[in-house]
Design a protein around this ligand. Structure first.
Ligand code: GAR
Length: 190
């Protein structure tokens, strides 16, 4: 199963996937390329480290969504990799019908809360400020409804009274680094 990862940030989840593959823990999944909409994304540094192609793709003209010329550039870059699965690992843009149709049924997203609670930006901060006792992370299929597609799996994280936003973020990220590779491995076997 050929996997392409899209991300916008430091890439700790892309790294967890690459480490899992290296450790033989990603089933039949093979990570074939990483793409970012930010030229300065830490994720792109994983390319040389793991010997996988990692490229910036210009997402212009929009700031928070992928549509128009930027969407067309992403579609052709990803299509060239012939992916069976497209993993959004911290890709901070809303996908539109063009991209969703190009990879219909093949796109999954990682979100840092127990959906349907706390969709959108800053899922960890939203849960912390709301004062819930349990939060976590979710991997779901991507549909037009932002953070609303069918849930594939979740992991729970308890918020202790001693937690700060920083300690909670560390715990949620650790949960993500276990959950996402497990889901990709499982999908690769089906
Ligand atoms: C992760 O916490 C992921 O759940 C979140 O961005 C972070 C990326 O971290 N995604 C979203 O909030 C999507 N709405 P990383 O770049 O270190 O993998």
């Amino acid at each position: 199963m050929r996997v392409v990862i899209l991300g916008s940030g430091r890439g700790s989840n892309a790294e967890a996937l690459l480490q899992a593959e290296k450790a033989g823990a990603l089933g039949k999944a093979r990570i074939v390329a990483l793409f970012s909409d930010r030229p300065d994304a830490g994720m792109l540094q994983l390319g040389p480290r793991f010997g996988v192609s990692a490229s910036y793709v210009d997402p212009a003209p929009f700031k928070t969504k992928l549509e128009g010329e930027g969407e067309a550039r992403f579609i052709s870059a990803v299509q060239a990799c012939q992916p069976d699965l497209v993993v959004l690992a911290g890709f901070m843009r809303v996908l539109k019908p063009g991209f969703l149709q190009a990879f219909a049924g093949k796109i999954i997203n990682l979100h840092p809360s127990l959906l349907p609670s706390f969709p959108g930006l800053d899922g960890i901060g939203q849960a912390f400020r709301r004062g819930v006792k349990i939060t976590g992370c979710t991997v779901h299929a991507v549909t037009l409804e932002v953070d609303g597609g069918p849930i594939l799996d979740q992991a729970a994280v308890r918020i202790e009274t001693t937690d700060t936003l920083e300690t909670l973020a560390t715990k949620v990220h650790a949960a993500e680094h276990a959950l996402l590779p497990a889901v990709v491995a499982r999908l690769s076997q089906s």
